[in-house]
Ligand binder design. Structure first.
Ligand SMILES: [Zn+2]
Length: 116
């Protein structure tokens, strides 16, 4: 389960951003998670709960997941299509000359702080 490792990376980045912005409490972290990234959102939020509550900065904070649909681009015909449904082969021209445009993200989108 590599989600715990990802959570530690997120915590490290959030701590750094918090200290740069003089923030001492975080209420939520919003993540962009690509549909074909290897991250399982349920595991990620479970790991977050366990790890974040050990950090004073993050105790009680939520991990919110923003799923990014996977889209592949075909270099042969220039069309974009749904990666999960069609994989590496273009459904329009059957070319395999394709690459993933988006859907592999594991990144912090936003850090929310308590408003008081
Ligand atoms: Zn094509």
């Amino acid at each position: 389960m590599h989600e715990l490792g990802i959570v530690f990376y997120i915590i490290r980045d959030v701590k750094q951003a918090a200290s740069e912005n003089h923030v001492d409490r975080v209420s939520a972290v919003v993540m962009n998670i690509g549909e074909v990234s290897t991250v399982v959102p349920e595991y990620l939020t479970d790991c977050w709960r366990w790890a974040a509550d050990k950090e004073p900065l993050l105790a009680g904070s939520k991990l919110k997941i923003n799923m990014i649909p996977a889209v592949t681009y075909c270099e042969n015909c220039g069309k974009e299509y749904d990666t999960v449904q069609y994989g590496r082969t273009c459904p329009y021209c059957s070319s395999g000359n394709t690459f993933l445009l988006r859907g592999n993200e594991v990144e912090i989108k936003e850090i929310e702080v308590p408003n008081n």
